[in-house]
Structures are given as C-alpha cells and as structure tokens.
Design a protein around this ligand. Sequence first.
Ligand SMILES: NC(=[NH2+])NCCC[C@H](N)C(=O)O
Length: 348
Amino acid sequence: MALRGPLFRLLRAQLTNNCQSRAHSVAVLGAPFSKGQKRRGVEHGPKAIRDAGLIERLSTLDYPVHDFGDLSFQHLEKDEPFMHVPFPRTVGRANKLLSSAVSSAVAGGHTCVMLGGDHSLAIGSVAGHAQQRPDLCLIWVDAHADVNTPTTSPSGNLHGQSVAFMLKDLQDKMPQLPGFSWMKPFLAARDLVYIGLRDVDPGEHIILKNLGIQYFTMKDIDRVGIQRVMEETLDHLLTRKQRPIHLSFDIDAFDPSLAPATGTPVNGGLTYREGIYITEEIHNTGMLSVMDLVEVNPVLAASREQVESTAGLAVDVIASCLGQTREGAPLPFQEIPSAKEDTEQLRL
Ligand SMILES: NC(=[NH2+])NCCC[C@H](N)C(=O)O
C-alpha cells in the first residue's frame, strides 16, 4: 500500500528538510526560438525576461548564478512540412542542441533555468535533463496539455505536441518525424502531472484518459483549492522516492489579465497566488532540478506595460521556484526589542 495522508506528508517534509538538495548554483539558459508555432515574437522571450530583472533578482538569493546567454538556432532553408506539421527539421534540430546544453548544465551540478521560446522547447529541455537524471518526474503547468500527436493535432504546431514526444506509452502512435531521430521517448505516463488545464483538444482528452495521466484542470483548482492540488501532485510523484523534478511552466497557465503577452491565451487561468503557491511548494520539496519558463511573447502585447507585467510575472515565478519568498525566512524565536532599547540603539 502506498503511504499517503498527513503522516506521510510530515515524514516527507522531515526527509526533505534533512537532505534538501537546495540549489548550489543556478544556470540560466536562453532559447530564443519560435518555430514550434506560427506567431513570431516568442523568440524575444529570453530578452524580455532578462530585461525584467531576472539575473539581478536571482543574485539576491544565496547561491551563484551563471547566465550562459542565449543558444543560437540556425535557420534551415529547406524545411518542408511533414503531414501538416510546419518546420519539423528546424524544431528537431533546435531541441537537439538544447538537450545537450541542458544535459551539460545538469552534469555540471547546476539547477537549470531554461527561458523560452515556445513550448516545443520542452522536448529538448526534458530530454537533456533525462539523459542525466532518468528517474526525473515532470510537472507541467499550462492552460494546454500539449500532448497532441501529429495525427490528432488540430493546428499541426509542435508546441502543442511536446509531451507526446516524451511519453513511452505513446510510442506506437507517433510517426517518425524528420529532425527527431536523435531522441527516443523516455517518460512514463505515471511520472507526469498537469496543473492548470482549461483548453484540451478532443484527441488530447482521449490520450489523458487512456494513459491514466494525473491532471488538475482549473475547475479542479476551483473545487478543491490549490493547496490540495499540490499535496496530491507531490504525493503522486514523490511517494515512492525522492527524485528530481522538472517543472515546465507555460506563462499562459496564468489568467490573461496577468499574462497578456502570450500566443495562445485562455480565459479563466491561475491567479497570482495560485501560480506562486505551486512554485513555493515545488521549492519546498528541495528536488527542483530543471525548469522551463516559456511562451512569453513581447510582440503580442498591446502596450509596454503588458510586456513588463508578463515578463515581471515570469521573473516572480522563477525566483519563487528558487526560494524567494516575500514573507521573510523563518527565524529562531527572539524577543521583540522594547521601545526603550529601540531608541537607545538608534542613538548609538
Ligand atoms: N504551448 C502552447 N501554448 N500550446 C498551445 C496548443 C494549442 C492547441 N492545443 C494545439 O495543439 O495547437
């Protein structure tokens, strides 16, 4: 019988407090890439997130931050669509490059932060992570399930298919796409949890149900609350063993009123606190190993303020994953200095 419930959670909290694998150093990797979908502009995501103060914010936390800059993706002249999937070779090649970069960052002992770019980049990011840590589990925070196959996809866009490339359970449903011969599916359906879903295509729904994938829609969050959703997520993924977490965070998981600068916004998304609660809980496990922050598209914003609020939100998400809290760190008990001592101290 699997251990569950409050006792288990207490045990897990104690275990993770003892052997917390808090970040020793953080590697930031930019992936300015947009060919996983048809709207241009998402390739400027890494710059917008850095301009919103990412590196400065991370340097206030207590470990070294290495900004490895942006990967450079070459344009492929000859890239015919495959079925109705545009740019398969370009997306395949970009992800191969990204997977090596993420793999090296993890091998180098860093907690890796990948800045997208569109969500097709998760293929390379999670694959590279899995090369080093085959026991990883995946938390996908998104309005969309991104688990279409080239056959079920209504748009053909690869940013709506990333998870299908990873899942071992879908292997016999995936055609061999040009550009992807470098990778094999590596993830079991039970090692994945979705949070925030509210725009799932019919084919995706069948896949989620048939494979028994654990997912929490916005309606589930309405019903049971984000605290219970996170408890169940972490129970599901970490009950049997402590293992590395890959967090793939699409900014469109948030409500479009908070994150307007994105390519496929869907109303009724996460509030600010719900999103940050997810990242705080993931940080508290001590097991975050790689994270993606994708789909910030500054070109689609209606104003400069919209770019800044969307990119600023991305910075908050990343900083919170890495332990920043606005509530102050827990301290040992101390007396509150009396008014008299206070004034004396001030005079000194
Ligand atoms: N990462 C994203 N923004 N994905 C949007 C996917 C939209 C739609 N389900 C599709 O497959 O085309």
